[in-house]
Design a protein around this ligand. Structure first.
Ligand code: BG6
Ligand code: MG
Length: 216
């Protein structure tokens, strides 16, 4: 890195393997409402807030509900999700992440969390990672969900870095769109069919090494 850069990490599907639990919890809601929900459909929900995810799910199943019914489903989804992650520990960290964070800290490269999740702090606490981040911005702090860039802009502000000097690591289409829209350097973790707009694309966090990041 010639000019000092900062890294903004998404949480679910980048730091920790929770994307599969979000999917399972939404799938149960869809199945209970009487329709199926594929992994392919789920790509559209990644990175998206809980409320917007429900709206997407309901439109997929052609289901119309009252506000009270929606609120019940949001609670049911989150209760189920929390039960799925109740025993989460460091073993759920994605490959290479632990070493990467240690190396970034060792080289004094600042990094922040930029997540849509309202459960982000609870998860970071369970992973004993909370104190390692220079800044944490989660779904409780922002009004607009990805693909709006608000979460990343607030993270950049807290780190005191300009957007173009921030590298965003994301597994969601909405997250890559958000980063690109404000000139941040986007690194996608996943498939090109979904994350084709990313400036750099890696197939897994195993490839997200310190050496890779300093080359950017
Ligand atoms: C994102 C996930 O990180 O957080 C989405 O990719 C999820 O799947 C969103 O819906 C909101 O998370 P939570 O924990 O507040 O329901
Ligand atoms: Mg994610």
């Amino acid at each position: 890195m010639s000019i000092q850069k900062a890294i903004i990490f998404d949480l679910d599907g980048v730091i920790v393997d929770t994307a599969k639990y979000h999917y399972l919890a939404w799938k149960k809601i869809a199945n209970d409402l009487g329709f199926d929900f594929s992994e392919e459909d789920n790509e559209k929900l990644k990175g998206v807030s809980r409320v917007q995810s429900l709206e997407f799910l309901l439109s997929l199943g052609n289901v119309t509900l009252s506000q009270t019914e929606k609120e019940k489903l949001l609670k049911d989804k989150n209760d189920h999700y929390l039960s799925l992650i109740a025993h989460m520990d460091e073993s759920e960290l994605l490959p290479g992440i632990s070493i990467l964070l240690k190396k970034l800290q060792g080289h004094k490269i600042p990094f922040a969390l930029g997540s849509a999740s309202k459960n982000a702090r609870l998860i970071l606490d369970a992973l004993h990672l909370t104190d390692h981040f220079s800044a944490i911005v989660d779904g409780n702090e922002v009004a607009k969900a990805k693909p709006d860039p608000e979460v990343f802009l607030v993270a950049a502000q807290k780190l005191n870095f300009s957007p173009e000097n921030c590298i965003v690591v994301e597994d969601a289409q909405a997250g890559i769109e958000a980063a690109n829209s404000v000139g941040m350097i986007s690194v996608g973790i996943g498939k090109s069919e979904v994350l084709g707009e990313a400036a750099y694309l890696l197939s897994s966090t195993e490839e997200l090494t310190f050496e890779f990041l300093i080359k950017i």
